[in-house]
Design a protein around this ligand. Structure first.
Ligand SMILES: Cc1cc2nc3c(=O)[nH]c(=O)nc-3n(C[C@H](O)[C@H](O)[C@H](O)COP(=O)(O)OP(=O)(O)OC[C@H]3O[C@@H](n4cnc5c(N)ncnc54)[C@H](O)[C@@H]3O)c2cc1C
Length: 460
């Protein structure tokens, strides 16, 4: 029937979308297919402003928005179609979330190979941003664990990509922020675990230099590690931190009840943030107080504490819509990485932030291991610092622009999945393979069908 050749996308509603930071809203036609088969027709009918995929919308700004164009939400494409319990390989549609994968795979003793700070991201979003986790120094980022992915190219062709068989398109797609096409399915190599608990060691450091040296000395001893930093501390306390490092526990590490069900994973019903948080709730005074309490309540040194996956990996997932506590103006995430040896740049960044009294509620320092071949993948060997600031912080634009320059001068880069404001001209210096990425896009998408607010702003 000819009518079947048309998707119902033309009738899809216009919806106002933002990223998780709730800044820079834009309006797009939104289509939510349950069947990847419907997408070929959709590409043919795409509006002049183009089309972009969107998963769970956990990127912080507008990578998954397309003002005046089409957005394809993948979360109804959420079938896990195969799971080899012996090899730990999961085959799934791209709208499957990491939480779904955990629920399916943990009872058989497998965990996602890389988990960002939230499990509410889709497999498509994890590949498109080539996300990293607390184990980057040993496991690299997400794409390293993808055996293959099926990509719907802008010309409507579907192609199965492997890192060995089609390295150019595979590595442009991994970290490519949805701009090479729509990822339909993927096969992911999971990681073997004996339990669903993590054995965690905690250490408090007096300042950022102690944090640098502790992480450098101990990273090889742990699979997962990260430092939380007090970004408002100053003087001798500059960058004081609480470092948590861990490995999945063995059954013998667990207490009686837990030992009987060592792979238990039942994400609990989550709390909600109050419906209307007053603007200005997160400010330099409340963050300074929260940081003080957080630092003081952490033990100076504690070993062998058993934590759940939710507590260790995804503490923020405990509160649904925690992003609304920043009020209607939202917040800006900022994450950079600089090579090893550029510790002074990280220290100077923390100094600038502390001097500006810019209140970052969640400030995280970590060491990355080697990066992968992703043209626009963020991680490189070095130090990464992630921060989030209320969007209305006075002087924030100037502060972040100064940090951009310092990061570039140190040979580093900022993370596109979190970016909301970097000047397009700085990007080439940060991502040396950007021109290769643009060349490939020109070949596979000469009409610029794949487009997002992020790609237009940065000319990706
Ligand atoms: C609390 C929190 C903690 C976080 N911690 C980390 C962290 O530790 N490490 C880290 O790396 N990131 C982290 N992030 C960022 C997050 O992991 C990434 O932005 C991820 O891409 C979000 O996935 P999503 O499914 O929500 O994708 P979206 O935000 O919807 O989209 C992100 C990008 O992926 C593209 N995309 C989505 N689906 C597809 C598809 N099927 N085909 C092609 N392209 C697609 C979109 O076009 C867009 O460019 C965190 C985010 C939050 C909210």
């Amino acid at each position: 029937m000819p009518g079947r050749e048309r998707s119902d996308a033309a009738a899809s509603p216009a919806v106002r979308l933002t990223g998780w930071g709730r800044t820079e809203p834009s309006v797009a036609r939104v289509y939510e297919p349950a069947d990847p088969g419907q997408l070929g027709v959709l590409l043919k009918e795409a509006p002049a402003r183009g089309i972009i995929a969107r998963g769970l919308g956990r990127s912080y700004n507008n990578a998954a928005q397309n003002d005046g164009g089409q957005v394809v939400i993948t979360t109804r494409m959420d079938r896990i179609t195969g799971f080899d319990e012996g090899l730990g390989i999961a085959v799934c549609e791209s709208g499957v979330s990491l939480e779904q994968l955990m629920i399916r795979a943990l009872p058989a003793g497998w965990f996602v190979p890389v988990s960002p700070g939230t499990r509410q991201v889709t497999v498509g979003g994890a590949i498109a941003a080539d996300v990293h986790g607390k184990n980057h120094h040993v496991a690299g980022s997400f794409a390293r664990h993808v055996h293959w992915l099926d990509l719907l190219l802008p010309d409507g062709q579907e192609r199965r990509l492997t890192p060995a068989g089609d390295p150019r398109l595979f590595w442009a797609t991994a970290g490519g922020m949805g701009l090479t096409g729509i990822i339909l399915r993927a096969a992911i190599q999971l990681t073997k675990v004996q339990t669903s608990r993590v054995r965690v060691d905690t250490v408090r450091t007096a300042d950022i230099d102690e944090a640098f040296s502790y992480l450098a000395q101990t990273d090889e001893s742990y699979t997962y590690s990260v430092a939380w930093l007090d970004c408002l501390a100053s003087g001798p306390h500059l960058g004081r931190s609480v470092i948590t490092s861990g490995d999945f526990a063995e059954p013998s590490d667990l207490a009686g009840g837990d030992r009987r069900d060592p792979l238990k994973f039942r994400p609990v019903a989550r709390l909600s943030a109050p419906p209307a948080c007053p603007p200005g709730l997160i400010n330099r005074h409340t963050v300074a107080l929260a940081n003080e309490i957080w630092y003081r309540k952490a033990p100076k040194r504690r070993t062998g504490e058993i934590q759940t996956i939710a507590t260790f990996f995804h503490p923020l997932d405990g509160i649904r819509n925690w992003n609304t506590v920043y009020g209607p103006a939202g917040f800006r995430q900022y994450q950079f990485v600089v090579p090893f040896g550029a510790e002074p740049t990280v220290r100077a960044a923390v100094e600038r932030i502390s001097q500006a009294r810019a209140p970052s509620f969640v400030t995280v320092l970590k060491r990355f291991g080697p990066g992968d071949d992703g043209f626009l993948s963020f991680p490189m060997p070095g130090w990464t610092l992630a921060l989030d600031f209320p969007a209305r912080t006075p002087g924030l634009a100037r502060l972040l622009a100064a940090l951009d320059e310092d990061v570039l001068a140190a040979g580093g880069r900022v993370y596109l999945a979190k970016d909301s404001r970097i000047a397009a001209g700085l990007l080439e210096g940060m991502y040396p393979r950007l021109s290769d990425f643009r060349d490939l896009r020109a070949e596979i998408d000469p009409g610029g069908l794949m487009a997002s607010d992020l790609s237009r702003r940065l000319g990706l």
